[in-house]
Structure formats: structure tokens, C-alpha cells
Design a protein around this ligand. Structure first.
Ligand SMILES: [Zn+2]
Length: 118
């Protein structure tokens, strides 16, 4: 599906730094107006507790928490935009988009952070 330009209009209440278009999202705010991420509208969260060099994900917009709490870094919203990969500025994890995984999915599946799923 074609990605719509949403950089300036999607996050009216979040003063996003230009660097990597990252946004703080501590609450359950949903920055994804397309609703493509997960059925209940929550942005997928991924972590890299295992210290993997890269993680394949099925969503281009997600949050990286770095590791499972209490060792998580600030939950940062990452948006690949028209790219197919992005490096988390906090934990340097390389996230690679794989459309076949499906929104909210990851490979390995253990990288999916489920704490926000409830
Ligand atoms: Zn990270």
C-alpha cells in the first residue's frame, strides 16, 4: 500500500525533533492514522534484549524500547518512511522492513514487546 505523507500532519501535539523524526510516546497515543499497524490501533513495540545485530519487522512505524524493562531505553518512535530499514539511535539495532511478516510482527518473534498489548 502506498505510504501517504504524514510527517507534519500526523503528530500535531508532538514536537518531533528533525533527527530521524523521532517522537516521545510514553502514553498509548497512536501516531498512525492509517491504522495499518495492529488491529487495536496500538503502535507495535519491539525490543532487542537478545542483542541481535538486526531484527526484521513487519511495520515501518513502531517503537523501540531497546530491552525488556527495567533495562529499556526511552521508548522511541521510529518511522522508516520510504526506506526499508532504520537504526535505533539508542540501541543501534538495525530494523529491516519485511512486508511478508505482516504489521506488528517481527523475526525473531521474541523481539515483539507485548507489554502494551493489553
Ligand atoms: Zn532501540
Amino acid at each position: 500500500m502506498a505510504r501517504t505523507l504524514q510527517t507534519s500532519t500526523a503528530w500535531p501535539s508532538h514536537p518531533a525533533p528533525s533527527l530521524l523524526r523521532l517522537t516521545w510516546l510514553w502514553s498509548g497515543a497512536n501516531p498512525d492514522p492509517t491504522g495499518l499497524t495492529m488491529a487495536h490501533g496500538t503502535t507495535p513495540h519491539f525490543h532487542n534484549t537478545e542483542g541481535l545485530r538486526s531484527i526484521e519487522v513487519g511495520s515501518k512505524e513502531f517503537q523501540c524500547v531497546g530491552a525488556l524493562p527495567p533495562f529499556d531505553h526511552p521508548h522511541v518512535f521510529l518511522d522508516m518512511g520510504k526506506d526499508t530499514e532504520i537504526v535505533c539511535p539508542y540501541c543501534s539495532t538495525l530494523y529491516v522492513f519485511k512486508a511478508e511478516l505482516g504489521a506488528g510482527q517481527a523475526k525473531p518473534a521474541s523481539a515483539i514487546f507485548k507489554a502494551y498489548a493489553a
